[in-house]
Design a protein around this ligand. Structure first.
Ligand code: ZN
Length: 263
């Protein structure tokens, strides 16, 4: 049943992707006029909620026992030449804007895994990510690397606080959860599910956070094939190698016919 539910959700997610931004659904009727007409302001539809307004809580999902590693696990009907870039540990004032500029330059939509304490410090940056059309992932409040051995109560506090911070800064309730270091436990799966979030891992990891050199990051990322979820970082330190590598990797993967999608 869990899988069936996931499949249904996957189809809905892909449908949302296919619609994209900028269509007529982006218009919101904000104020009825005396004669029954309405003032329509573009650009504030359901895809661009207002920051400061807490989003409605997502309905809980059945808890999974594993995280999603590849796109077909999430979207069974996804075209085979589709890949997803996930960018973790921001928002960060120096590197997130550089990452956003780079993604805009190549017209790539990605998924940003946000840390609650970073969002608390840089709420406008979190909002800028959403306004640029990227997807969000909850990445806990404080990024505890020992989360898999934490009590259910502490796990829940980490996830709930981040959920609220992100919601407040962006108006978005994240539909995805990434655990720090990819560490999972029963408690983590349960808390993510309770918040209506699908747990997400990756299958291409260039370990860019360890600054292994631009060439190493490039080589690891160029192994990506259709259906892969790629992991990179815009927080946690100097990300110049990541940015330099992506500047080469993104056009090269596109040239091979791969299309980047947000989750
Ligand atoms: Zn992380």
């Amino acid at each position: 049943m869990t899988r069936r539910r996931m499949l249904a959700l996957g189809a809905a997610g892909l449908g949302a992707l296919a619609v994209g931004d900028g269509g007529p659904e982006m218009a919101t009727i904000t104020r009825p006029l005396a004669r029954g007409r309405a003032v329509i302001h573009p650009g504030h539809g359901p895809h661009l909620p207002r920051p400061g307004a807490m989003p409605a809580r997502l309905p809980p999902l059945p808890a999974r026992t594993d995280a999603v590693h590849r796109l077909p696990d999430l979207f069974p009907t996804v075209p085979p030449e589709t890949i997803a870039l996930t960018i973790d540990d921001g928002p960060q004032p120096e590197w997130t804007p550089k990452m956003l500029d780079l993604l805009a330059e190549f017209d790539v939509k990605a998924t940003f895994s946000l840390i609650g304490i970073q969002v608390k410090q840089f709420p406008k940056l979190a909002d800028r990510i959403v306004r640029a059309g990227h997807q969000l992932c909850n990445h806990t409040m404080t990024h505890p690397l020992g989360i898999a051995s934490m009590s259910r109560k502490r796990v829940d506090a980490e996830i709930t606080e981040a959920h609220d911070r992100i919601g407040h800064a962006t108006g978005v309730a994240p539909k995805f959860f990434r655990s720090p270091g990819g560490a999972w436990s029963h408690a983590v799966f349960h808390s993510a599910a309770r918040h209506g979030m699908v747990p997400i891992d990756w299958d291409i990891d260039p370990r860019d956070w360890a600054r292994p050199g631009t060439r190493h990051i490039k080589r690891a990322m160029l192994k990506a094939k259709g259906g892969d979820i790629l992991l990179c970082h815009d927080g946690g330190g100097d990300r110049s190698e990541t940015i330099k590598a992506l500047r080469k990797v993104i056009p090269e993967l596109k040239k091979r016919g791969l299309t980047f999608v947000p989750l």
